[in-house]
Ligand binder design. Structure first.
Ligand SMILES: Nc1ncnc2c1ncn2[C@@H]1O[C@H](COP(=O)(O)OP(=O)(O)O)[C@@H](O)[C@H]1O
Ligand SMILES: [Mg+2]
Length: 228
């Protein structure tokens, strides 16, 4: 379980997050939604230690990781797929996946279940990452983040720039993965959020303005908050 408690964040002194509380539980997909520029990606960077966080706390399974450097947070069990995915285009699919294994020295070879979850990657193992389609690259980025068996998987807009038919594939993949980990996902595509998420947080100007179980959310208000 991942818990953010009153987390603030700032870029060169200018505050972007003003006390954010979010909990992501194992077995669930938790979504963070909100309009452009409200601080969703900054929240993900705060979890990974990639932005200055003057106050608050972040706990993984009850233990604070708040002051740890980024690599230690990854080692502690947080897998992160940043917005824009950032796979290595010159490296093969296999090499990209092998790089993800470095976060967990206990994982010595690529676990076979990776290929059960991502059959397309097995087929394209020797192909260069840059030669894959957008949807395949997103799957590769997720595979690279989960190959080290993280406790929490963080996804920042996994459907951005991906064809609708392939979005269903991403939904299938993360629904399969959630039984083993907590998934925290930033997502703009509301239909997808309502379909796959168990819990939802809405962010406005660096604050959480609404949250709850997805099936209990006021959908009209949600739509309104996102379209204003
Ligand atoms: N590296 C940065 N330096 C300075 N300001 C930034 C940086 N990244 C984001 N911001 C600002 O922080 C705010 C929140 O950005 P971000 O977290 O990326 O929003 P979102 O992901 O919700 O679209 C925006 O006003 C943005 O301009
Ligand atoms: Mg963003």
């Amino acid at each position: 379980m991942l818990e953010l408690e009153k987390v603030t964040a700032a870029y060169s002194g200018s505050k972007v997050l003003f006390g954010v509380d979010i909990t992501a539980n194992k077995g669930e997909i938790t979504c963070l939604v909100g309009r452009n520029g409200v601080g969703k990606s900054t929240t993900m960077k705060a979890i990974m230690g990639l932005v200055s966080t003057p106050s608050g706390d972040i706990k993984l399974d009850g233990k604070s990781i708040f002051t740890l450097p980024t690599y230690s947070r990854a080692k502690a069990g947080i897998g992160y797929v940043p917005q824009g995915r950032e796979i290595f285009p010159q490296l093969t699919v296999k090499e990209n996946i092998l790089l993800g294994m470095e976060a967990n020295p206990g994982v010595k070879e690529i676990p076979q279940e990776i290929f059960e979850t991502f059959p397309i990657l097995k087929e394209f193992l020797e192909r260069r990452g840059g030669d894959l389609s957008g949807g395949q690259q997103q799957q590769l980025a997720i595979a690279r983040a989960v190959v080290s068996k993280p406790k929490v998987l963080i996804l920042d807009e996994p459907t951005e720039g991906i064809q609708p038919s392939v979005i269903q594939e991403i939904g299938r993949v993360i629904t399969r993965l959630k039984k083993d980990m907590a998934i925290l996902m930033v997502e703009q595509y509301l239909e997808f959020v309502l379909e796959v998420s168990d819990r939802c947080y809405v962010m406005e100007k660096g604050r959480i303005s609404m949250s709850g179980r997805t099936d209990e959310l006021d959908k009209d208000r949600l739509q309104q908050l996102l379209s204003m």
